[in-house]
Design a protein around this ligand. Structure first.
Ligand SMILES: Cc1cc2nc3c(=O)[nH]c(=O)nc-3n(C[C@H](O)[C@H](O)[C@H](O)COP(=O)(O)OP(=O)(O)OC[C@H]3O[C@@H](n4cnc5c(N)ncnc54)[C@H](O)[C@@H]3O)c2cc1C
Length: 436
């Protein structure tokens, strides 16, 4: 275990080297505001920017320092594909609604890229293209159908690569082929967060760090937001706490399932090695239930690997390093001796039907449930939630569904995730074994 950790190993996200969470000094809590936003990740900041620019006084209240949550910890993969499968979605909601949600997700990605460019946020956004690699022959057939569906019905460019074509993209024997999504991209998640924070402050938003919100109650025509540092009266409130939604927000907490997700960054590798292993800087996913993600760092000198590690690895960064290093060696055996410079974890929020949600409950607007791909969607839905608050026509979205399902057995503590992760691991191994 010792061998795989670089001498300067850090348990902080690699991204924090370029943009650590703001260590803003204490900011006075205003007595009142038009809009109070709880949570200073992408969702909260995006909502705050839009509402402030529409003329509202806005206060963002953050329990830690802005940037502490998932928004500065991700792989930084972006795209326009809704992860929920079409068949399940169409069965639940009907074909038109299902397709409408897929088109909206595609368009959200277009909006997001324009937004980053218009705002001038320097976050290494790059159209790298994503490879979804087939773990088994059955997965390859499934990807063929998916790529036809995406390019034919959703309007997302997708093409299939056989083993030889994939080999030119990723120098590994692990997969038999892949679906290429050439328009998907990558960015530096912490620099995106910093850009949003700067834009919010420039728009006049008051960002209050180190101030956990304890409760939100109706108070006359508005709401009273009780924090550890006093109360604030708000005409409207947006809850943007995602996987960190605590017991103080019981109704919401019972609707999101917080799941640990982990990453490592390798030490610097020779440029020639990485130019051979992933020459076009593609993002690399595969079809395992416990999906993994590989990418090069924006400077091109390191590999970043994201995934669930395993049920046993929990949140200990050293165990995370060991778990994800196994995955790294699986894809690129020649990197067995490569050391890990950073290993960290974060929390993503799943919903019971795998759809992100915005809406309003008991007077409180919410943006919750990134389902593991919230860089684009949480930013996009932040803008939508602000439009709902300000009464703008831009508020229309299929993700404001009215319902927000939970399970009567779920209290907000996902005790089932450890056994489920172990079960997925067994299924992935068995599927591969059966294919041989
Ligand atoms: C390891 C990892 C890899 C990922 N990879 C990708 C990827 O490649 N692509 C992608 O699209 N997405 C990815 N994601 C998901 C993405 O990062 C999230 O969807 C997104 O950042 C969520 O943003 P958010 O603003 O909703 O929540 P967060 O950024 O988590 O912000 C929520 C904030 O609310 C605050 N908060 C909670 N409770 C309170 C309270 N009571 N009072 C005040 N503040 C409170 C928290 O402190 C936190 O800062 C990944 C996530 C992780 C962890």
């Amino acid at each position: 275990m010792k061998d795989i950790l670089a001498p300067d190993f850090s348990p902080d996200p690699y991204w924090w080297r370029a943009a650590p969470p703001s260590d803003a000094t204490e900011v006075a809590l205003p007595a009142q505001t038009d809009l109070a936003v709880v949570g200073a990740g992408y969702a909260g900041l995006s909502a705050a920017i839009a509402a402030a620019r529409a003329g509202r006084s806005v206060c963002v209240i953050e329990a830690r320092n802005p940037g502490w949550g998932a928004s500065t910890r991700s792989v930084g993969m972006i795209g326009g594909r809704l992860r929920q499968g079409y068949a399940a979605l169409a069965a639940a909601l009907g074909e038109d609604v299902a397709l409408g949600l897929m088109h909206e997700t595609r368009d959200a990605y277009g909006w997001f890229r324009d937004f980053v460019q218009t705002e001038g946020i320097a976050c290494d956004l790059r159209q790298s293209g994503r490879l979804v690699c087939a773990w088994t022959p059955r997965d390859m057939r499934r990807l063929e159908g998916l790529s036809r569906f995406l390019s034919g019905k959703v309007g997302i460019r997708a093409e299939m690569l056989d083993r030889a074509a994939l080999r030119a993209e990723v120098d590994s024997d692990l997969h038999r082929g892949a679906m290429l999504l050439p328009d998907d991209g990558s960015l530096h998640p912490a620099l995106l967060h910093k850009g949003l924070l700067d834009a919010a402050v420039a728009a006049g938003v008051v960002v209050v760090p180190q101030t956990p919100v304890r409760s939100i109650d109706r108070d006359g025509a508005g709401l009273r937001v009780q924090t550890t540092r006093g109360a604030i009266a708000a005409r409207d409130v947006i809850l943007a706490t995602n996987a960190h939604t605590g017991r103080e927000f019981g109704w919401f907490r019972r609707r999101v399932i917080p799941v640990g997700s982990y990453m490592i960054a390798t030490e610097r590798l020779p440029r020639e090695t990485l130019d051979r292993l992933i020459p076009k800087h593609r993002l690399v996913n595969d079809t395992r239930q416990l999906a993994y993600a590989f990418r090069r760092s924006p400077d091109g000198d390191r590999l970043l690997v994201g995934g669930r590690a395993s049920a046993r690895d929990h949140a200990d960064p050293r165990k995370v390093a060991a778990g994800l290093h196994r995955i790294l060696r699986g894809l690129f055996p020649e990197l067995a001796g490569t050391r890990v410079s950073h290993a960290w974890g974060g929390m993503v929020a799943f919903t019971f039907d795998r759809l992100p949600r915005i809406g309003r409950h008991d007077g409180v607007h919410y943006i919750l449930g990134c389902n593991g791909s919230g860089v684009v969607m949480q930013t996009y839905l932040g803008r939508k939630a602000a439009a709902a608050v300000t009464g703008s026509a831009d508020a229309t979205t299929g993700f404001a569904r009215g319902d927000f399902p939970t399970s009567s057995f779920y209290t907000g503590s996902p005790w089932f995730m450890a056994p489920l992760t172990a079960w997925y691991d067994i299924r992935d191994r068995a599927a591969r074994w059966a294919a041989h």
